[in-house]
Design a protein. Sequence first.
Length: 391
Amino acid sequence: MSAAEFQTDQEMPREGGASEQESNKAANEIAGTLDNNNGSSSPNHSTQSNSDFTSEIFKIEIQNLPRFYGIGQMKKLLNQKLKLNSCKLKPVGKTFMFACFRNEEDRQKALSVLDGFTFKNSKLKVTCAKAAEDPYKRKKEEGPTVVDTRTPEQKIQEKVCPYAKLKYDEQLDKKLAEIVTIMKQLGSQVSRANPRLDPIIKRKISDHGTLAPIIEFLKSPVVRGYRNKVEFSVGYMNPTSKLNTENGEEGQSVEMSNGALELDFESVPTIAVGFRLASYKQGSVEVISLTSLDNVEDVLPHISSEMIQIGVLFEKFVKASGILPYNSLTNKGNWRQIMIRSSNGRDRKQIMVVACIDPKDLTSTQIDQVRSDLVAFFKGGAGGTCNVTSL
């Protein structure tokens, strides 16, 4: 695909990549993973039914661990010394932890090898552990409890930059008050842990109001676009997330009790580059697109206009690439995120872009094509105006 082809808003799949029909089919598969009519999971969606979801399926509990050990030591013991191929370790208490594997064969091997194994003079006891319930599925079964009429701009600002709606001086006052509260709590904790220091702490509090003097903030001359790094997620956005203000009517989005916006799977989700409002555990996989926000620089004033422009153009690139974003519900797709970092050098401003893609199910030819397309896009294509210096 030539760089010029990326300058249009149309999805133009490359030769050998996914066609528009195939992309729509894949998107419909994502839309079909959940039955949104009743808010419950379909028979095809559960922790156990997805063979690639291995965080909880093949899990063991390791008991009687030594009092002092490091997680790095356990990883080295399991994967390097004992060759057990664990994919996740989760410390829970002082003397036990969970370990997850990719298949039943690896789990059974771990059970036979670790049970009775001596680690730092402690004889380990190992048993099979029950898989924890899928948090997304649990949230769906709880059902929506609140109707949220906030605009996408209000939601994303509250999640990413909640102080943006305040004046700069008000932001500093609020942050200073939080620091004062933390210092007072620290003084109480030190006093309880070391009663003999109580007279000294009281004298410090009498002199400074807190355990130590707090110097006022030095105000920054730059209050907009000051962040030199940002990460945008690549995923899917509910087409109805943008409130419909036509004819003076506002639409309503269903929101979970914890504030996590649900994805409407009755309609085909739209590919989006932007921010997630919540995590999978909180019951949401939606990404709010930068292109859906009005006055992005006012909604997210800490992000520079150059970074926002790169994010908006990268969304067009992803749509045109013929490769779908990763979806954690189906474990399909490839695009993950884009990281942008900027710096002001002596002679010119430098911008680095790191595009992250999962190579799963992609051929080496497709990956090489993506690399060359990215270079062409940011060098002479639609992204050439972003002045990216490192990719």
